[in-house]
Design a protein around this ligand. Structure first.
Ligand code: ADP
Length: 483
C-alpha cells in the first residue's frame, strides 16, 4: 500500500498543534504496519535547516492561475520516513508559523500557498506525476490540503483514491470567490458540488465533498460533527457522507512522550516508581519560580489559549483555584485577552501561579510530568493529545466530556476505579463554577494517596500508542480497493 500524506505541518520541525504531532508520528506507525508512506510538506525555513542535504528531485512547472512553478526535494527523517519537500521560496520561505506572520495575522496569500500544496499533491497522485513512485492513496489533512481531492478529479483515469482527515472542523479555509482564478478554478467549479460554500469558496468543503473516505480523530467527534451544535455549518454535508466517515482516535508518539525515557525530565519514572514523579514536581516548581510546596496539588495547563480550550473559564476561577489551596502552572499562547488574564493572575499570586507565554516543547514535557492535575476543560475537542500525554505521565486530567476527551478520560467513581477504568475527572458543564467544583473535588482526592495512586496507575496502564490506530488506517485504505 503506497500512501502520499500531504500536510501543512510536521513535528518536531514545524508544529502549531496536534496536526503536526500526527503528521510526525502516524507515518512512522504506518510504515511499521507495512505501508510505504511519503510525506509532502512545504519546505519552510525549519525544514530547509533540518535537511540541508535534501536532494533536488524535479521541477514542477506552472499549473495554472497564479500558482507558481515549484521544485521538489527529497529527504529522509531519522525514523526512515521519506519527505517530499515542496520548495517555493516566494510562498514558504518566511518567518512566523505556517499560517501567521510574526505579528499574528494570517498571511494574505494563504489560499495560494495551500492551493499550491493541494495542486501538487493531486498531481503527484495522478498519472501526470513526474515521479516514478505513484501512491495508491492520497491522504490529506485539514483545510490546507482540502483542495487536493477536488483537483484529483481533474485526472480522469489512473488517479489515486483519496482520504481526507479532519483534525479540527473549526478551521475551514473559507475565502472569497475572488481567489478562484488564482487557484486555476473557474465557473464550472463554482457550484454546490464543487468548491462553493455559502457564497464563498472553501478548501475543506471541497475535500469533504470529494474525498473517497473521510476520517476524523475520535469516534465521538465523528458523531458530534454531524450535529448542528458541533457541525460548524458542515453538518449537512457530513450527514450525507456519514457512510464514508469514520472516527479513528489519535495515538501519541512513544519515542517522544514516555515518562521513563523522556530526555526533558529531571527524573524519569514509570508506574512502579511513582514516588519519583514528586522530584519532577519539585524541579518544575523551582524552574517556574513557584514555592516548593508539597502540601497542595499543582494544576498544569499546556495549550493554545483559546475559547475552544475553555481557558477563559479557568481564568475566571483563578482566585478560587489558588484558595483551594492549589498552585497553577500555565504554558501557552493565543488570544491576547487570555494571555493578559493569565499574566495578571501570575502577578496577583507570585509563588503560587507561574505563567509562560510562548511555545516551549521541553517545558510542555516538564509540566506534564511535574503537575498533579492537568486542566483541559475544552468546549469541543476533536481528539486532544495533551490529555493522553497526561494519562501516560500519571497526571490526572480534568476534562469536559467532548470529542476525544470523552473517548479517553473515564470519570472517577468507586466502581470505575475498582474496574481499573477511572483515570481522571470529568466536568459536564462549560461554566466557571462547575469547573471550580470539579477542581475542588479532584484537589480533595489528591490527599487520599492510595486512591490517587490507583487512579494514576489506571491512567498509566492505558494503551495510547499508534499501533492500533495505524492498523485502522491501513484497513481503511484497503477498503478503498475491495469491491
Ligand atoms: P490542538 O491541536 O487543538 O492545539 P492538541 O491537544 O491536539 O490540541 O495538541 C496540542 C499539541 O501542541 C500538543 O503536543 C501540545 O503539547 C502542544 N502545545 C500546545 N501549546 C504548546 C505550547 N505553548 N508549548 C509547547 N507545546 C504546546
Amino acid at each position: 500500500m503506497k500512501v502520499l500524506f500531504t500536510t501543512s505541518e510536521i513535528a518536531p520541525w514545524v508544529k502549531t498543534g496536534g496536526l503536526g504531532d500526527v503528521a510526525g508520528a502516524l507515518p512512522v506507525a504506518l510504515r511499521q504496519a507495512g505501508c510505504d508512506v511519503r510525506v509532502l510538506v512545504p519546505r519552510y525555513p525549519a525544514l530547509r535547516a533540518a535537511f540541508p542535504d535534501a536532494g533536488h528531485l524535479v521541477h514542477l512547472p506552472w499549473m495554472g492561475g497564479h500558482l507558481p512553478g515549484a521544485d521538489l526535494y527529497a529527504a529522509q527523517t531519522p525514523e526512515g520516513v521519506s519527505l517530499l519537500l515542496l520548495d517555493c521560496p516566494m510562498l514558504f520561505e518566511r518567518p512566523g508559523n505556517p499560517y501567521l506572520a510574526p505579528e499574528g495575522h494570517d498571511w494574505l496569500d494563504n489560499p495560494l500557498r495551500f492551493g499550491l500544496l493541494s495542486r501538487v499533491a493531486a498531481r503527484l497522485a495522478s498519472h501526470a506525476s513526474p515521479l516514478d513512485w505513484r501512491p495508491d492513496v492520497l491522504h490529506c489533512h485539514d483545510w490546507q490540503t482540502g483542495l487536493a481531492p477536488y483537483y484529483l478529479r481533474f485526472y480522469e483515469h489512473g488517479a489515486a483514491k483519496s482520504v481526507m482527515t479532519i483534525h479540527n472542523l473549526a478551521f475551514q479555509g473559507d475565502f472569497s470567490s475572488d481567489v478562484m482564478g488564482q487557484l486555476a478554478l473557474g465557473e464550472s467549479d463554482w457550484h454546490m458540488d464543487g468548491v462553493e460554500y455559502y457564497g464563498g469558496m472553501s478548501f475543506l468543503k471541497a475535500g469533504l465533498r470529494h474525498a473517497d473516505k473521510l476520517t476524523t480523530v475520535s469516534p465521538s467527534y465523528a458523531r458530534e460533527i454531524q450535529t448542528k451544535v458541533e457541525g460548524m455549518g458542515m453538518q449537512g454535508l457530513l450527514q450525507a457522507r456519514a457512510p464514508d466517515l469514520v472516527g479513528i482516535l489519535n495515538g501519541i508518539d512513544p519515542a517522544a512522550w514516555n515518562p521513563a525515557t523522556d530526555v526533558h525530565l529531571a527524573a524519569p519514572y514509570d508506574r512502579d516508581h511513582l514516588a519519583d514523579k514528586q522530584l519532577n514536581k519539585q524541579a518544575l516548581q523551582r524552574e517556574m519560580g513557584l514555592a516548593e510546596r508539597s502540601d497542595c496539588p499543582l494544576f498544569g495547563i499546556v495549550s493554545r489559549l483559546t475559547y475552544q480550550k475553555g481557558l477563559d473559564l479557568v481564568a475566571a476561577i483563578g482566585d478560587g483555584l489558588i484558595q483551594l489551596p492549589a498552585q497553577l502552572v500555565v504554558l501557552g499562547s493565543g488570544s491576547h485577552e487570555l494571555e493578559a488574564a493569565y499574566r495578571q493572575l501570575a502577578a496577583r499570586y507570585p509563588g503560587q501561579v507561574a505563567v509562560t507565554i510562548g511555545f516551549n516543547e521541553g517545558l510542555a514535557h516538564r509540566i506534564e510530568a511535574g503537575a498533579d492535575i492537568f486542566l483541559m476543560p475544552s468546549r469541543f475537542e476533536p481528539c486532544g493529545l495533551n490529555q493522553m500525554y497526561s494519562l501516560a505521565y500519571g497526571t490526572l486530567p480534568l476534562v469536559r466530556p467532548t470529542g476525544g476527551l470523552a473517548d479517553t478520560v473515564v470519570n472517577y467513581s468507586e466502581l470505575a476505579l475498582h474496574e481499573g477504568r477511572a483515570n481522571g475527572f470529568v466536568c459536564n458543564a462549560a461554566n466557571p463554577q462547575s469547573i471550580l467544583g470539579t477542581a475542588a473535588w479532584a484537589a480533595g482526592m489528591w490527599y487520599d494517596k492510595p486512591r490517587w495512586q490507583a487512579l494514576q496507575r489506571n491512567a498509566m496502564a492505558g494503551d495510547y500508542s499508534w499501533t492500533g490506530p495505524a492498523q485502522r488506517y491501513r484497513d481503511l485504505y484497503e477498503s478503498l480497493f475491495s469491491a
